[in-house]
Design a protein around this ligand. Structure first.
Ligand code: C2E
Ligand code: CA
Ligand code: CA
Ligand code: CA
Length: 277
């Protein structure tokens, strides 16, 4: 048993070393990935429930690794965040998204412009450079501020709420919209809304997944919508995979929705084709 235990320990420690090694390796490769053209944005359409119109799109980052193929953002965003790489990657993503949003406007000059929604990581928010980065991107691309939405998770605002709320207030004063992402998953979502100024919340897809089966999830979703509206803020539902979910959200007065049933994330070229069709 003692020998087995020892082997076990060795096994785990080797597995841990390998995990650390893989991370370090990934970080090294991620460093040049943008310049090598391996990183790109895909866009998932966002619809207004009242009339079914497409009103915007969320930018989601993809990494096509030359050997490993597509790597999930849940893996590499974390690496970028921990290593500090996100501080270069974040502004690159923001700029590309603003450029693409301007191209959509040029493709449909007579239509109401679509907003582009960009995910901002906790570290980007903490660094304090965000208002300047955003202002530079808007200035250089010519995108009007209210067509840029920033999505932050609750974890980004935890800790230094005063710093976060000052920063968000500055961004919002410039016209940029701020969304609280994955809303409802943290324990203190409601108290954040009291202190952190946002334009809207995105109901986490775990609530939407069970909204037709689980009365509790339906009750919570309905309550989030009512609460957001009483605070004068907008509600987006994410992860809408079925027509029934769409119907129930619409009936409960949810403002916007996105999900596989409405549209998968597609690359910039496919998204433009979708716009013109
Ligand atoms: P998120 O911000 O919650 O993004 C929504 C995720 O749900 C996306 O996964 C999207 O592809 C997926 N999704 C959309 N519709 C459905 C649906 O109907 N059903 C299901 N099951 N999933 C759906 P993705 O693209 O893998 O992104 C994962 C996370 O990585 C994002 O979660 C976001 O937190 C992060 N991320 C992605 N791009 C960026 C980025 O440019 N910057 C930062 N900081 N984070 C990013
Ligand atoms: Ca998001
Ligand atoms: Ca989310
Ligand atoms: Ca449930």
């Amino acid at each position: 048993a003692k020998v087995a235990g020892k082997n076990c320990y060795r096994f785990y420690s080797r597995a841990m070393d390998q995990a650390v090694e893989r991370r370090v390796h990934l970080e090294h490769e991620l460093r040049g990935a943008w310049d090598r053209g391996e990183l790109s944005l895909v866009y998932q359409p966002v619809y207004r429930l009242a009339d079914g119109a497409m009103v915007g799109a969320e930018a989601l980052l993809r990494w096509k690794h030359p050997e490993q193929g597509l790597i999930a953002p849940s893996v590499f965003i974390d690496v970028a965040e921990q290593s500090g790489l996100i501080e270069t990657l974040g502004p690159q993503v923001l700029r590309a998204a603003c450029e693409d949003a301007m191209a959509w406007q040029k493709a449909r000059p007579d239509a109401e412009p679509l907003f582009v929604s960009v995910n901002v990581s906790p570290r980007q928010l903490r660094s304090g450079d965000l208002p300047k980065t955003v202002a530079d991107c808007l200035h250089d691309t010519g995108l009007a501020p209210h067509y840029l939405h920033l999505e932050l998770t609750e974890t980004a605002v935890i800790g230094d709420e005063i710093h976060a709320s000052n920063l968000l207030a500055r961004l919002r004063a410039s016209g940029v919209k701020v969304w609280l992402d994955d809303f409802g998953t943290g324990f203190s979502g409601l108290s954040h809304l009291r202190r952190v100024p946002v334009d809207g919340v995105k109901i986490d897809r775990s609530f939407i997944a069970d909204v037709l089966r689980d009365p509790d999830d339906l009750a919570l979703t309905t309550a989030i919508i009512a609460m957001a509206h009483s605070l004068g803020i907008t509600v987006v539902a994410e992860g809408v995979e079925k027509e029934g979910q769409y119907a129930v959200l619409r009936e409960r007065g949810c403002d916007l929705a996105q999900g596989y049933w409405l549209g998968h994330p597609v690359n910039a070229q496919e998204f433009r084709a979708l716009l013109i069709s």
